[in-house]
Design a protein around this ligand. Structure first.
Ligand code: CA
Ligand code: CA
Length: 305
């Protein structure tokens, strides 16, 4: 058989399969192929197959498979670990390929360790309706999947709490206090940088919210919100070390303009006038604060239920 005949037969098979899947009622989220298109850059496995349906079956057997490209001239399929919804920028025309989204039992992106996501946004795009909770990410620690929290609520109700800037230093108990102006139930806080920066020693560079010391790995955030009695709100998973309040939050860097904390394990009720404090972790613990310096000023927002 010449290549041209193989090509024509392949196209015929493809069109037949498209027609079958198109007409299949009650077959779940079955989706016809998209002829002449492919998803590029997300192929994790390639295999030979005489017809696209074999690829569809292979895809169903692998938890990582989210979609596939059928390569018409090579009778090959490329299994993708993403969909075009997750990565619209990588969905491109290709006359020798067809794209199929997985038709049955697609595993939600980030829901298993073998299928980590890159960001909460990517999960949102991929799944359409994702619920808040912990997901697996490939971008937190290189070479491994790590669980982190995603807030998928798109109707967040942020309210600014402070009137003037709230400033906190890094030593000598120089916390920044703010008072609640509206009673209610709060799920979490975020700080928005206004000015200044702080340092945890003389050597490492300053940052808005952290300690830029490589010895702390990816746990470089150290800005903590406490109750008036100086007990820290559980807005992050703090390091177990006695001396510090180091932590990391997926998608938040020590010099990002917004420090958006995780949701509290259980929401707290607040009343008018309640005081909260922003602390630099080492200052709060009176630990290694002798060599600290600087000050960060921020606006404080709370997310009310
Ligand atoms: Ca102190
Ligand atoms: Ca220090």
């Amino acid at each position: 058989m010449t290549a041209r005949i193989v090509f024509r037969i392949s196209v015929l098979v493809l069109l037949l399969y498209s027609a079958v899947t198109q007409k299949c009622p009650g077959g779940g989220p079955s989706e016809r192929s998209i002829l002449g298109w492919m998803l590029q850059g997300h192929v994790y496995d390639t295999l030979l197959a005489e017809r696209p349906f074999t690829c569809v079956l292979k895809c169903r057997e692998d938890n990582r498979c989210q979609s596939l490209n059928w390569v018409i001239s090579l009778l090959t399929c490329e299994l993708n670990n993403r969909t075009k919804e997750a990565r619209p920028e990588d969905f491109i025309p290709n006359p020798d390929r067809s794209y199929y989204r997985r038709d049955l039992e697609q595993v939600p992106l980030g829901s298993i360790q073998e299928l980590p996501a890159e960001s909460c946004d990517e999960i949102r795009r991929s799944e359409g309706h994702a619920v808040s909770g912990k997901y697996w990410f490939s971008t937190i620690k290189s070479g491994t999947s790590v669980l982190a929290y995603c807030n998928m609520d798109t109707t967040e109700k942020w309210k600014k709490i402070n009137t003037g800037p709230v400033c906190f230093g890094a030593r000598n108990d120089s916390y920044g206090a703010f008072n609640i102006r509206e009673s209610g139930v709060i799920h979490t806080f975020k700080l928005v940088h206004l000015s200044g920066s702080i340092r945890c020693n003389h050597v490492n560079p300053p940052s808005y919210w952290g300690c830029d010391n490589p010895s702390h790995g990816d746990m470089r955030l150290i800005t903590v919100i406490t109750f008036k009695n100086r007990s820290a709100l559980l807005l992050a998973e703090y390091s177990r070390e006695d001396c510090h309040y180091f932590y990391k939050i997926e998608g938040v860097g020590i010099n990002d303009s917004e420090l958006r904390f995780n949701n509290l394990p259980s929401a707290i009720s607040v009343s008018l006038g309640d005081e909260f404090q922003i602390w630099y972790g080492q200052d709060l613990k009176d630990c290694s604060e002798y060599n600290n310096s600087g000050q960060t000023c921020a606006d404080v927002y709370a997310w009310y239920a």
